[in-house]
Design a protein around this ligand. Sequence first.
Ligand SMILES: NC(=O)c1ccc[n+]([C@@H]2O[C@H](COP(=O)([O-])OP(=O)(O)OC[C@H]3O[C@@H](n4cnc5c(N)ncnc54)[C@H](OP(=O)(O)O)[C@@H]3O)[C@@H](O)[C@H]2O)c1
Length: 308
Amino acid sequence: MRVLVTGAAGQLGRDLVDVLHGSVPRGGRPGPKASFGAASTGRASSCDVVGADHRSLDVSDRAQVAEAFEQLRPDVVVHCAAWTAVDACEADPGRAFAVNAMGTRHVVEAAGRHRAHVVYVSTDYVFDGTSERPYVEWDRPNPLSVYGRSKLGGELELGADATVVRTSWVCGYHGSNMVRTVLRLMAQPGPLRFVDDQRGSPAFTADLAVALAEVSRARLPGVFHLTNQGETTWFDFAAAVVEAAGGDAGRVEPITTAELDPPRPAPRPANSVLDNLAWRCLGAEQLPAWQDGLGRLVAALGEGGGTS
Ligand SMILES: NC(=O)c1ccc[n+]([C@@H]2O[C@H](COP(=O)([O-])OP(=O)(O)OC[C@H]3O[C@@H](n4cnc5c(N)ncnc54)[C@H](OP(=O)(O)O)[C@@H]3O)[C@@H](O)[C@H]2O)c1
């Protein structure tokens, strides 16, 4: 079995390639369930892993995607590649849709030609945040931002047998994310201000990648919400990061989204907590509590510093 991972240099892509190789990503739980066996060479008996980064495979280029599938002939493609700069997407919807929606169309078209199963990684930002409860997989999307609309566009490109994995507030050892931001701000004097009126569920790539590998191996069709368990606000999350790093959580102050200066170009959902209902219905192992994932990530970053 051969798995192609797009966007393999991103924070999720890098950890997913590690897990598919059978190794534990930085900040991962020791001895996680590695679905594809534990070969350190990347060639487990049942699985080859090919990680394609942006430079080697630009998903917005239809011919390049077709050529990559022709050469690699994957059985499964986990499509992590996306333009994830949420605020920048507002200023350049053409690029957002070219990468996130059309890029997915190209992946789906090429996968169809080779009968490869598609696993598409999507986002909580497909929802408008007006629900008073966590969102389940069958709730109607209504994105507020260009990024959310373009990612929903990608979902709409998929055939009935494909998998959609919606996740949220992604943080990992590699790349930029809120944990790295808070740790950087901690090193500077003054208060740290974070919004207290946006709720969500953090997803740590080391844990998410294990579940994604499982989904890919099983080729589960349909939509799944996959996050670490529990919910928080950005304010509470930032305070937890400071505390986990041994700092003074009292330095973190709550503000409202309206008080952000300058205001963010892209509107965010006030509530984007994702209930992992479909995953739970299957009896699959839930991802650990977000506090558990956060503790492991902060410890790993403390040891190694992370990579951008
Ligand atoms: N980050 C979050 O909080 C979050 C939340 C929900 C869902 N997601 C979804 O989770 C997935 C992984 O996100 P992530 O956090 O790992 O983001 P990331 O670190 O930004 O990784 C995305 C990768 O895609 C690459 N990419 C961008 N344009 C591309 C193109 N045209 N062709 C091929 N590759 C391209 C990027 O490369 P360059 O940087 O070199 O352009 C980057 O390495 C994405 O599908 C995202 O929409 C993320």
